[in-house]
Ligand binder design. Sequence first.
Ligand SMILES: CC(=O)[C@@H](O)[C@H](O)COP(=O)(O)O
Ligand SMILES: NCC(=O)COP(=O)(O)O
Length: 251
Amino acid sequence: MSERLRLGVNIDHVATIRNARGGDHPDPVRAAEIVAAVGGDGITAHLREDRRHIRDEDLARIQAATDLPLNLEMAATEEMLAIALRHKPHAACIVPEKREERTTEGGLDAAGLHNQLAPIVSRLSDEGIRVSLFIEASERQLDAARKLAAPVVEFHTGEYAHAGLDGDKERETRELQRIADMSRLARDMGIEPHAGHGLTYDNVKPIAAIRELAELNIGHYLVGEAVFVGLEAAVRRMRDLMDEARGGTPS
Ligand SMILES: CC(=O)[C@@H](O)[C@H](O)COP(=O)(O)O
Ligand SMILES: NCC(=O)COP(=O)(O)O
């Protein structure tokens, strides 16, 4: 696997800060422009059903402001499907959503929700939108993604990240191994594996070293770091760490 590991930057939490005061500042569109200028490979934006960060009108503004591919994270609902079909992002990543959760706490149950997901995946695919499923790294979920003919899966790295924060080395190693094994299996199935959630400067390298992974989507930590060093520097540092993990491939 020799392809360059792409970095998609999730700009949701720029909008979280904006929305805290109800105005226009800081604008996630400006963040998208900075990501483009600094060599990011894509913009990820999650239009949550409760609109806690990204708003409907942000999507068109982001698409107009940069040529970077937009990865729209969305719940599997008719409302979100209609929005995706209207905006036609490069990719749509279907995520599980619970109204009261603090963040996306786990992967999508693609196996259990097959009948609900199948028409959504096919309508998005018919419009040329690359469908991704945000799943746990398990054989059952990968098999479900294959049955749904999803070309991409994104493995939820939250458990791996939490294990590291808890100082539980054994669990962290086990989670990492699971993501590595399932990335290989995904490639064997002809599915492109991505990963993301809870990734930081401290935990990104072992994930980035998994050569089957094609893309990482990282948001909350980068926006947090941007408060201290600026978004440009934060994205550059994450890019450098990813390149180092791949043996110093130039960015
Ligand atoms: C699906 C995912 O992991 C991200 O979109 C994340 O959900 C964004 O942040 P919040 O979970 O805080 O909305
Ligand atoms: N799909 C995961 C994602 O987009 C970013 O998650 P986080 O880095 O904000 O935790």
